[in-house]
Ligand binder design. Structure first.
Ligand code: ACM
Ligand code: ZN
Length: 618
C-alpha cells in the first residue's frame, strides 16, 4: 500500500498505543482469525483488547458536512435498530470514548482505522473512504449489528487493531439485467446496499433488451407503454417451445430512476445505465418499426432468450432517436460512463437492407462489421460531445474500436487483452468466470441456469490481469464485474441465490490488492454468512454441501470426486442409497463406479452434519 503522507495526530497516538500492546502479545495470527472482513483489508495488525460502543460513546466528525453527517447517520441507523441506542454526533473533539472521523488527506476510497480500548480513529480522504471504513467497522462488530430488530445481551465490541486499506481497482462492478425479468426499486435498493457492504462501487443497470424496454423516455412514450410488455414468456429452457401465455412487463419512471441514482450515490455506487445498440433492440423496434431495416411487416417484443436479427438500421431516424434517448439518459444519470451494449448484433438484416448496403459503399467500408464499428463510433462522438464516455461489450472491437471506448470483456479474455494492448480501458467480466447466471454447483441438483458450472472457488481464483500483458498494458485493466443475466431468475430470491456468495469472491478480487487466499476467504465467509442472514439475503449455501462430480472415464467406468468448501469439514458418503452421517465412510480420494449406483454425501464437522445431503445417481 502506498504510504499515507498525512497522518492525523490521533491516529499516530492510537497507532503508538496499539504497537506497544502488539509487541506484548504473541498470538497475532490466532487473534487475526477473529476478524472476518470481506473484502480482506490490505494491511491489518491485531492488538490486545477491544473498544466497546455503548450509549454514551460519541461520534466525532471533523468536517460538519452533509456528507459526513450522513455517514455518521448510517452508523446510528444500524445501532438504533440492532442495539437500541444511537450515538451523539459531536463537532467538538471528545477526550476519549468516541469514534473519530479525521480527514487525513488520504487517496480516494482509502482509509485507515486504529482501534484502542478508549477510541476508534478513522482516517479518510474522501467520503467514500470514510464510508468504506464504516463498512469495515460493521464487520468488526458482532454480526448482530446487521439485525433489523433489537438484539439483547450483545457487547458491541470492536477488537483492537490497526488497518490501512485501499482498493486494487477503481471499477468494482455488479451488473443486473432487469429486462429478461423485472425487479422493483425496493429490491434494487437492497441489491445496492449489499454491494456497498462489499465496497463494490459500480451498478451496471441493463435497461433495454429484445424482451422489454424498462426506462421511461418522455419523448418516446411508446417505449414503456408498449415496449415494456412481452405477450408471454418461454417456460423452461429457451428451446422448450412452451410458453406461459401470460403478458409480462415492468418499467422504471424517471422519478424512480432519480431516486435510485441518489440512493446509490449516497452509498458511493455509481449507476452505469446500459442502452443496447445496435442489437438487442427488438422491444424498441416493436414500438417504432422505422428504426429497423424494414424487412418485416410486423415486429414484436421477444418472448424467449437469445439473439435476434431485428437490429437498429443505421439511418438518420435511428440516430435521432438514439441521441434523444441518450439526452434523457444524461439528465437522469450523472455517471461519466454509459454502456452502449454492442454485443451480439447479427448482420443478416444489414446484408439484405438496401440502405445499409448503399451506406457501406458510400462510406467505403469493407463489410457489415465495419458498419457496426461506424455505428458505434458515430454514437461515441455524440456521447463524447456531451462530456460522457462509452463502454461496450467485446464485440465493439469488431471492425475497429471507437477511439475513446472502454471495453467490457465477456467472451473470454482475448477482447480485453486486445483492447488493453491498444491502450483502451478494460473491465474484465469473462463469462466462464464471472457470469452469475451459470450453475454454481452440480447442474443435476441446482435450479435451471444458463451455463457453467462456475463454482464459488472458480470465481474466487480468477485473476483478472492476464499474464500476457506488460506492466504498462496491465494498467488499462481498470476493474472487474459480475454479471447477473436473469433468464432463469424470475424473483428477487432467485437473484440473491445466484449472486451471493459468489459476488463476495468477485468483490474481494476487485478490492484486495495482494495475497488473495482461498482458505482465509472460506474462513471469513463462514462468519459473513451470519451477516447476510441478518440482512435477509437468500444466498446459496452450497458452501456447506459436498460437490460430487462424475468424470467420464471409459464406457464402463466413471471416476467420482467430491469436495466441500466449508473449512475443516469432512465428506461422509454411502453407495447403497442409505442416508450418510458422521458414521458413514469418509471420502479420502477419487473412486471408480462401474455400475448403476447412488452416491449420497454430507459434509460433517466436529461430528455433526453441517449441510444438506447431496445425491447423485449413476
Ligand atoms: C452478453 O452476455 N451478451 C454480453
Ligand atoms: Zn438497414
Amino acid at each position: 500500500m502506498r504510504k499515507f503522507y498525512i497522518i492525523s495526530l490521533f491516529s499516530l497516538l492510537a497507532a503508538l498505543a496499539s504497537c506497544s500492546r502488539t509487541s506484548e502479545q504473541s498470538v497475532v495470527s490466532d487473534r487475526t482469525a477473529q476478524v472476518n472482513v470481506i473484502p480482506q483489508p490490505h494491511h491489518l495488525q491485531m492488538a490486545e483488547g477491544a473498544f466497546r460502543i455503548a450509549r454514551d460513546t460519541k461520534i466525532f466528525i471533523d468536517v460538519q458536512s452533509d456528507e459526513m453527517l450522513r455517514i455518521a447517520g448510517f452508523l446510528n441507523e444500524r445501532l438504533s435498530s440492532a442495539a437500541g441506542f444511537s450515538l451523539e454526533i459531536s463537532g467538538t473533539m471528545p477526550e476519549s470514548d468516541a469514534i473519530y472521523f479525521m480527514n487525513a488527506g488520504l487517496p480516494a476510497e482509502s482509509y485507515g482505522m486504529n482501534v484502542t480500548p478508549d477510541r476508534i480513529v478513522i482516517d479518510y480522504g474522501d467520503g467514500a473512504g470514510a464510508f468504506y471504513a464504516l463498512q469495515t467497522l460493521f464487520q468488526l462488530l458482532p454480526p448482530e449489528i446487521f439485525a433489523g430488530s433489537r438484539q439483547k445481551g450483545i457487547r458491541w465490541e470492536v477488537p483492537c487493531l490497526s488497518i490501512e486499506d485501499e482498493p486494487r481497482f477503481a471499477y468494482r462492478g455488479m451488473h443486473l439485467d432487469v429486462c429478461l425479468h423485472f425487479f422493483d426499486i425496493d429490491f434494487l435498493k437492497k441489491y445496492i446496499d449489499i454491494m456497498a457492504l462489499h465496497k463494490v462501487n459500480r451498478f451496471h443497470w441493463h435497461l433495454t433488451e429484445d424482451q422489454g424496454w424498462r426506462l421511461e423516455i418522455r419523448k418516446y412514450p411508446l417505449l414503456t407503454e408498449k415496449g415494456q410488455w412481452r405477450k408471454e414468456t418461454v417456460v423452461g429452457s429457451l428451446k422448450s417451445g412452451i410458453y406461459d401465455g401470460t403478458p409480462y412487463g415492468g418499467y422504471y419512471s424517471q422519478e424512480q430512476v432519480k431516486d435510485l441514482v441518489r440512493y446509490a450515490a449516497e452509498r458511493y455506487v455509481t449507476i452505469i445505465p446500459e442502452i443496447e445498440l445496435p442489437g438487442h433492440a427488438l422491444a424498441a423496434i416493436s414500438c417504432y418499426p422505422e428504426l429497423s431495416c424494414g424487412l418485416e411487416d410486423h415486429y414484436e417484443t421477444a418472448t424467449k432468450w437469445g439473439v435476434f436479427k431485428q437490429v437498429y438500421c443505421p439511418k438518420e431516424t435511428t440516430f435521432e432517436f438514439l441521441e434523444d434517448v441518450f439526452d434523457e439518459v444524461f439528465e437522469l444519470f450523472p455517471s461519466e460512463v454509459v454502456h452502449i451494449g454492442g454485443d451480439e448484433c447479427p448482420k443478416a438484416s444489414w446484408k439484405e437492407c438496401p440502405h445499409c448496403q448503399s451506406l457501406i459503399r458510400k462510406l467505403g467500408l469493407k463489410d457489415e462489421y465495419e458498419l457496426q464499428s461506424w455505428f458505434v463510433t458515430r454514437m461515441e462522438k455524440y456521447i463524447n460531445s456531451k462530456g460522457r464516455q462509452i463502454i461496450g461489450w467485446d464485440e465493439i472491437l469488431q471492425g475497429g474500436l471507437a477511439p475513446n471506448a472502454k471495453v467490457m470483456s465477456w467472451l473470454g479474455e482475448e477482447g480485453g487483452i486486445r483492447a488493453a494492448q491498444q491502450h483502451h480501458e478494460v473491465v474484465m467480466a469473462p463469462h466462464q468466470k464471472y457470469y452469475l447466471d451459470y450453475w454454481q454447483g452440480d447442474p443435476d441438483s441446482e435450479p435451471l441456469a444458463m451455463g457453467g458450472p462456475t463454482t464459488l472457488r472458480t470465481m474466487y481464483d480468477y485473476e483478472p490481469v492476464p499474464e500476457i500483458l506488460t506492466p504498462e498494458q496491465s494498467r488499462y485493466i481498470i476493474g472487474v464485474e459480475g454479471c447477473v443475466w436473469t433468464e432463469y431468475m424470475d424473483s428477487p430470491e432467485r437473484v440473491e441465490y445466484m449472486a451471493w456468495p459468489r459476488m463476495c469472491a468477485i468483490a474481494e478480487t476487485g478490492w484486495t490488492r495482494a495475497g488473495k487466499d482461498w482458505d482465509s476467504f472460506a474462513r471469513r465467509l463462514e462468519t459473513h454468512f451470519g451477516r447476510l442472514d441478518y440482512l435477509d439475503v437468500g444466498y446459496c449455501d452450497a458452501f456447506f454441501e459436498p460437490y460430487i462430480v462424475c468424470h467420464e472415464d471409459t464406457r464402463y467406468s466413471k471416476v467420482v470426486t467430491m469436495s466441500v468448501d466449508a473449512p475443516g469439514a469432512e465428506i461422509h458418503y454411502t453407495l447403497d442409497g442409505s442416508e450418510p452421517g458422521p458414521d458413514s465412510p469418509v471420502y479420502a480420494k477419487p473412486f471408480v463406479i462401474n455400475r448403476s449406483q447412488t452416491v449420497k454425501a454430507v459434509a460433517v464437522r466436529d461430528g455433526r452434519p453441517i449441510g444438506d445431503i447431496k445425491t447423485k445417481q449413476f
